[in-house]
Design a protein around this ligand. Structure first.
Ligand SMILES: NC(=O)c1ccc[n+]([C@@H]2O[C@H](COP(=O)([O-])OP(=O)(O)OC[C@H]3O[C@@H](n4cnc5c(N)ncnc54)[C@H](O)[C@@H]3O)[C@@H](O)[C@H]2O)c1
Length: 338
């Protein structure tokens, strides 16, 4: 592609679509923006806020418009696959909200079609574009952390209930993508238990366990039914432990040096001491992750590159979620991952 501005079709103007629209309207590489929402009220809501944006309630207007180069899909998860398929058939580059879709077979098809048509396929695994997570990854080395023994992730709050996916697909999806990014090893087994909300008929509280050949253990706690909002990840290594707390305004990362207790006196060594070494709070850069996502999408389109959050990356997340779903149905049975 030689032109410098990208004409965009944004599908879905709900909670997240609003944030995407804000980021693309302000972007220097954005050309004409066309927004589609099947809900006429939502579509019309855009008109009063963003005058230069074309608005439609029919997705075909986007797929059939030869002037549109790329499509961003921000609709409920169950619609992602069919919309993405049509966009790729219409020779549009595609950025899909997380989770990319609901099965490995669907992702495989999207990856193949994007490759065949030489199109960018990207998923909004937003934490891969979060500067704090990027910095965290720099610390996960044998020299600095030693072997990682465990990761304990908590992502809980009150709502927002999704209509078509449970809390694992909505929230654990983020933690899986972060962990897959931080750690190169992939889990070999999955186990999940959950509580089905009787009104909504889907799991709103769930615990996911990932097992690794190295012995590393991962626990992910996801909930839409918590009175407090927590976004915390504890990473326990042989040399250091790190807490990543995304709710903290400024000190999101805390690094704890870990030294074995020096005493051989069993009674003394049993005394709890949370200061086994120095504690460091590193400085990090802050920028809006969603802006970085849009930058990456545009950059990959303009320079024919593959995004970090590409189809394969999204596939690794979906594989785990699919097996977790199987385990949920079997009341927490351990399911092997191929
Ligand atoms: N990356 C993130 O951090 C993040 C955060 C929140 C939501 N999301 C994802 O964004 C997506 C949307 O979530 P949301 O909370 O904005 O949902 P939402 O229900 O608030 O909005 C969805 C919008 O899509 C419209 N829509 C539904 N089907 C459509 C179709 N076939 N064609 C056109 N419009 C259609 C609806 O009318 C609605 O306005 C989900 O996949 C969700 O997982 C991602």
């Amino acid at each position: 592609m030689t032109k410098r501005r990208i004409n965009i079709g944004l599908i879905g103007y709900g909670y997240w679509g609003e944030k995407i629209l804000r980021n693309i309207t302000g972007h220097t590489a954005s050309g004409i923006i066309t927004l589609c929402d099947i809900d006429e009220d939502r579509a019309n809501a855009v008109k009063s806020l963003y005058h230069p944006v074309n608005v439609t309630t029919n997705t075909s207007d986007i797929f059939n418009d030869p002037e549109i180069d790329a499509v961003i899909i921000s609709t409920p998860t169950s619609t992602h696959y069919h919309l993405a398929l049509q966009a790729l058939h219409g020779r549009k580059h595609v950025l899909i909200e997380k989770p990319i879709c609901t099965s490995e077979t669907e992702v495989e098809e999207l990856i193949a079609l994007a490759a065949k048509n030489n199109l960018v396929l990207m998923v909004d695994h937003i934490f891969l574009y979060n500067t704090v997570v990027r910095q965290l990854k720099n610390y996960i080395t044998d020299d600095f952390m030693g072997k990682v023994n465990y990761i304990d992730a908590t992502r809980i709050n009150l709502g927002i209930y999704q209509e078509d996916t449970n809390v694992l697909w909505d929230l654990a999806c983020h933690d899986i993508s972060i962990i897959n990014y931080l750690i190169t090893e992939r889990p070999t087994q999955v186990r999940a238990i959950g509580r089905r909300n009787p009104t909504h008929g889907i799991e709103d509280v769930a615990y996911l366990f990932l097992y690794y050949n190295s012995g590393m253990l991962v626990q992910i706690n996801s909930s839409w039914a918590s009175p407090v909002k927590m976004r915390k990840m504890i990473i326990g290594g042989e040399k250091r432990m790190i807490i990543y707390d995304d709710i903290e305004a400024t000190n999101k990362l805390t690094i704890y040096d870990y030294k074995q207790p020096e005493t051989t006196d069993i009674k003394k060594s049993k005394l709890i001491d949370y200061r086994l070494g120095d504690i460091t709070i590193p400085k990090y850069e802050i920028s809006e992750a969603l802006k970085n996502v849009v930058d990456e999408f545009y950059n990959c389109i303009l320079h024919n590159k593959t995004p970090l959050a590409n189809g394969e990356n999204a596939m690794a997340v979906v594989k785990i979620l699919e097996k977790a779903q199987e385990s949920l149905k079997l009341n927490g049975a351990i399911i092997p991952l191929a």
